[in-house]
Design a protein around this ligand. Structure first.
Ligand SMILES: [Zn+2]
Ligand SMILES: [Zn+2]
Length: 291
């Protein structure tokens, strides 16, 4: 199993946003204002990831609030669309000029960064683009600012990678630029033994988190042939698996679901939990079954 089940791990949950811009690039708020906005909203972890430059916001850490340096860089040649956008959290410097995408990703992973491909759907990335290089830990399954043009969610890309046996995670992020209409609408709940940079980066690299833009997942128990889920009230609880497999529970008309027990199909190489509430907000676990 490439990922731990965070609901089985000791530690605390930390609300985390890993993709944010500041006046260090094209964001509207200075780094200290960005940090204050996330801290006020009850987040414990924030990475400021400006375009092409590391904005070191380490000094903005405070009691119960950790800022981690990071970067969003743009490289390579997808089949259609523009460049690949890649976020590296924990990166201390930008990739050197002229480096190839694959070499940049490998070097950052080697240096201990948590690396993910930003907004595949918004970028027009194809599944072939995503399998053309490797080493990244995750892709963005939800990006708040990309929802402005309804291209913020990339479940199809993620499931294509998982079906092919690529063990990558899904992250939800704000990609906050403005700070009023694109903030606090996509985040991770990270399970970590402590709130230090080393512990949080370790939990991120391991996949010890779930992603959400609203619903709370309270527990996921993987038992013999089935997965039991408990969550905040939602309309649908699903186990997403290989094509044609998986399982789904819908609330009755006008009602809600807070638990479901779903069968794991023997023929699927993976299964992950996904819920959707009455206004379309979602949460996503990492694969809880992997074969
Ligand atoms: Zn981007
Ligand atoms: Zn961005």
């Amino acid at each position: 199993m490439p990922f731990p089940n965070p609901f089985d791990l000791e530690g605390n949950w930390y609300r985390t946003n890993l993709h944010t811009h500041s006046t260090g690039s094209d964001g509207w708020m200075a780094p200290d204002k960005v940090a204050a906005a996330y801290r006020r909203a009850g987040y414990q972890v924030l990475a400021i990831t400006d375009h092409g430059v590391v904005t070191d916001a380490t000094a903005l850490s405070a009691e119960g609030f950790l800022t981690v340096p990071g970067i969003e860089f743009h490289l390579g040649q997808p089949e259609v669309g523009g460049l690949y956008h890649v976020v590296a959290v924990g990166a201390e410097q930008a990739p050197p000029p002229g480096v190839e995408l694959q070499a940049a990703v490998h070097a950052l992973v080697e240096a201990g960064a948590f690396v993910f491909v930003a907004h595949p759907y918004w970028s027009g990335l194809t599944c072939a683009d995503l399998i053309s290089f490797d080493g990244y830990h995750a892709i963005e399954v939800h990006n708040t600012v990309c929802e402005f043009i309804a291209r913020g969610q990339s479940m199809v890309h993620w499931d294509d990678l998982l079906t092919r046996g690529r063990a990558v995670c899904g992250v939800a992020v704000d990609d906050c630029h403005h700070g009023y209409d694109d903030i606090h609408l996509g985040w991770l709940m990270v399970k970590s033994p402590s709130l230090t940079r080393a512990a949080i980066l370790g939990a991120l690299r391991a996949g010890a988190y779930y992603a959400t833009n609203g619903p709370v997942i309270e527990s996921v128990r993987v038992q013999e042939g089935q997965v039991a889920v408990a969550c905040s009230p939602v309309r649908r609880i699903s186990l997403i698996a290989a094509p044609g497999l998986g399982a789904n529970r819908m609330a009755a008309e006008g009602g809600s679901l807070t638990t479901a027990t779903l069968p794991v199909h023997a023929g699927s190489n993976y299964a992950r939990v996904q819920v959707i509430d009455h206004v379309g907000r979602m949460a996503w676990t990492q694969p809880v079954v992997w074969r």
